[in-house]
Design a protein around this ligand. Sequence first.
Ligand SMILES: [Zn+2]
Length: 272
Amino acid sequence: MENTNCIICNNNKFNLYATFNIYNKKFTLVDCLECRFIYLNPRIKEIDISKFYGNNYQPFQNKISFTNILYSLFRKINFLFKYRIINKYVNEGKTLDIGSGDNFFSNSMKSKGWKSYSYDKFYNSISNTKSLSSLNSNSFKCITLWHSIEHMYDINDVFKNINNLLNEDGYLFIACPNLNSSEVDILNENWIAYDIPRHLYHFSFKTMDKFLRKHNIKIVDIRNLKMDTLYNVFMSKNINILKKIYVYLRSMLIQFFDKKKSSTIIYVCKLK
Ligand SMILES: [Zn+2]
């Protein structure tokens, strides 16, 4: 385990936010006293984290089971939602997916006729780009981070690269779980998107805005991924089905009126 400073303000003073007992280990989320960012501290060292992306990690399961078939169906529908959002802002040029995992998104973009690049530090052998610094400056009209930002040990380096790679007319799309989503108030520590110890950071709209400003990036719009509410609520443990149905309907209603309370926020961003 290692201690870390806040990735936004570099402060090392914090309050305890929540405690979890997972894999017979105690993990704590802390609340930065300077900027109120919530993050995992201490955390598993990067060199050891691959043990936690084993056979039980949903995005990398390839067995045939009901949950996996459902997950794969979710991914296909989510791709269409993401694609529709991207197309509202940008519809030509090169695209780069960072934290691309098994290349599902990148390959789907290729099938839609885009020149598509993928980069993943953990799954580098699968990505078609081996390092972000090897790519040409200002060359991407579209950069995407789908549920990858919360896993990145080198998040500030990645964003320095994004700042260099994104074209001045280009758009950056970031999707990540929202700590301020309405379902967290009810699900508490059962909220599946805490995903400890893999999720290192728990952004809200406010803390994401602070983090992006630091990298000279501005949020121009926010969207939500409604399918993620279904996944987050129904995959949460220790909650009975009637309560899940109630939490799901409540969450859908609240995020309809206030996107900053969505389960997953998609931040649509540009360079400042
Ligand atoms: Zn801070």
